[in-house]
Design a binder for this molecule. Structure first.
Ligand code: NDP
Ligand code: GDR
Length: 343
């Protein structure tokens, strides 16, 4: 499916420097959009994931534009939205690490919950001038201590972390702006999705980075927390396509995106280490620091609604995902080994 309008559509992405933001920016540029992204000022570079698609804004062919901003600064967000006049806003920015949200709960709420409200308020103002569509990055973490399996759009939320509570707040505000103001706003309730661009402190990437470094003798041990939790892991590239489809639909709604398969951390370790002819039991040790005060034991999503209404389906299995992440990280580890040898 391709964007149908002859006029160039404008999209604004918060969290463009993150895993999903980078894949979504690529997809929208391919679709012919003019893409605007909000980046946080940082003392060191934080645009690694989008450097390959960035061109100097003075270039006449430039289609990607970056703006400094922060979700916690409502005035800045409103100014940007009213200046850029996007047709679509994808709110992907968040303090997205569940374990870290227990350490910084207030900051997590400010960014992940109030930040989403700042986006909705800005969109409400823009909506008085032109129709804008909003995607809110909701999460399977909202199901928390799950009341039914598999989880669907109708499964009640029982959040188990400050992060999940913040996402539940943002979810309900998104629905309320749709009901109260007629805003075209959708929640994508996305189950875990990973890639070679996944942050290195999330468990899948931590495992693929460590396994490949162990293979090349760059690391001896891997310290992990709870290995019994089950997650429904998909590929981020498949999932950003689903985000876009939600905003192309005739009517706004909320959708689960998931693979419908669930695996323990142990199984992900098996897939990763055995692909490298290694036995993870020889290298993995438990560190209680990675346990969470409250854990989400099992996530398994049912994406039937997205399949029927949007024609969306996941394309990548967990094993394929583990392998493509290992292939990528092995190259990274090889470059590291070469640098070390030359030092
Ligand atoms: P990442 O952690 O990779 O990216 C988060 C992005 O948010 C980064 O660009 C980060 O900027 C930005 N950000 C953080 N705080 C602020 C702030 N105060 N103001 C502006 N931007 C900010 O997340 P993912 O790409 O994995 O996830 C995208 C979204 O989807 C998040 O909202 C996440 O909670 C949600 N989600 C993710 C799932 C997953 O499995 N990946 C599943 C379900 C939901 P910087 O680079 O400067 O840190
Ligand atoms: P999650 O992802 O909390 O599901 O949130 P994460 O990869 O952090 O944890 C998954 C499971 O692995 C267990 N685990 C460990 N986790 C981390 N990070 N580090 C470890 O060393 C470790 N050992 C075991 C965890 O306890 C957990 O059970 C992700 C984020 O992207 C959220 O933003 C998103 O909303 C949800 O996925 C869906």
């Amino acid at each position: 499916m391709e964007a149908s309008s002859t006029e160039t559509k404008k999209a604004l992405i918060t969290g463009i420097t993150g895993q999903d933001g980078s894949y979504l920016a690529e997809l929208l540029l391919e679709q012919g959009y003019e893409v605007h992204g909000i980046v946080r000022r940082s003392s060191s570079f934080n645009t690694d994931r989008i450097d390959h698609i960035y061109v100097d804004p003075h270039d006449r062919d430039a289609k990607l534009f970056l703006h400094h901003g922060d979700l916690t600064d409502g005035q800045n967000i409103t100014n940007l939205v009213l200046d850029i006049q996007p047709d679509e806003i994808y709110n992907l920015g968040a303090q997205s690490h569940v374990r870290v949200s227990f350490d910084v709960p207030v900051y997590t709420v400010q960014t992940t919950a109030v930040g989403a409200l700042n986006i909705l308020e800005a969109a409400r103002q823009l909506n008085r001038q032109k129709q804008v569509r909003v995607y809110q990055a909701s999460s399977s973490e909202m199901f928390g201590d799950v009341l039914e399996t598999p989880q669907t759009e109708n499964t009640p939320f029982r959040p188990q972390s400050p992060y999940a509570c913040a996402k539940v707040y943002a979810f309900h505000q998104t629905v309320n702006y749709r009901d109260a103001y007629g805003l075209f706003a959708c929640n994508g309730i996305l189950f875990n999705h990973e890639s070679p661009r996944r942050g290195e402190t999330f468990v899948t990437r931590k495992i693929t980075r460590a396994a490949t470094r162990i293979k090349l003798g760059l690391q001896e041990k891997l310290f992990l927390g709870n290995l019994d939790a089950k997650r429904d892991w998909g590929y981020a590239k498949d999932y950003v396509y689903g985000m876009w489809l939600m905003l192309q639909h005739d009517t706004p709604d909320d959708y689960v995106l998931a693979t419908g398969e669930t695996y323990t951390i142990r199984q992900f370790l098996d897939y990763t280490f055995s692909y490298l002819d290694l036995d993870w039991n020889e290298y993995v040790e438990t560190d209680p620091r990675y346990f969470r005060p409250t854990e989400v034991d099992l996530l398994l999503g049912d994406c039937s609604k997205a399949k029927n209404a949007l024609g969306w389906e996941p394309k990548t299995s967990c094993q394929e995902l583990a392998q493509l992440m290992v292939d990528h990280d092995l190259e990274l580890a090889k470059s590291e080994a070469v640098k070390l040898a030359g030092a």
